[in-house]
Unconditional design. Structure first.
Length: 135
């Protein structure tokens, strides 16, 4: 008869190596400049790629939270109005907590899945499904 510890060792060998890696998840610091009455987020595409999120989803979140309009031009996002670096940084951090980090295992290995009219955050590390509020 196989004991518990033997079965646990066998199960751990079958898991992918990525599950055991605990690398630090760091979001690139936003590069923000204000030109006239516009705020330009220069590394917008880099941030989206690092978060593994759709550019339109992040743009919509930031535009709604700043109560302004925003457009993507090349690798940057342009917002109407003057917003300081710390405001943009705080909003991106809030986006990461709500739409990227798994609430169960606290890992960033997630994706957003839409089923009918509902959105779910599906964790690829632990398999958890959490409902999301729409942007």
């Amino acid at each position: 008869m196989i004991d518990y510890w033997e079965m646990l060792k066998r199960a751990r060998k079958q898991l992918p190596v990525e599950v055991f890696k605990h690398k630090r998840f760091e979001v690139p610091d936003p590069i923000v400049s204000i030109v006239g009455s516009r705020t330009i987020l220069h590394n917008f595409v880099e941030i989206c790629d690092h978060l593994n999120r759709d550019r339109q989803h992040l743009l919509k979140f930031l535009s709604r939270e700043m109560a302004t309009s925003g457009v993507i031009e090349g690798t940057r996002a342009i917002f109407q109005g003057n917003f300081q670096h710390d405001v943009v940084k705080r909003l991106i951090d809030r986006y990461v907590q709500e739409y990227v980090i798994c609430p169960i295992c606290k890992r960033p290995d997630t994706r957003i899945v839409k089923e009918k009219r509902f959105h779910f955050l599906v964790c690829e590390a632990c398999g958890a499904r959490s409902s999301l509020r729409p942007v």
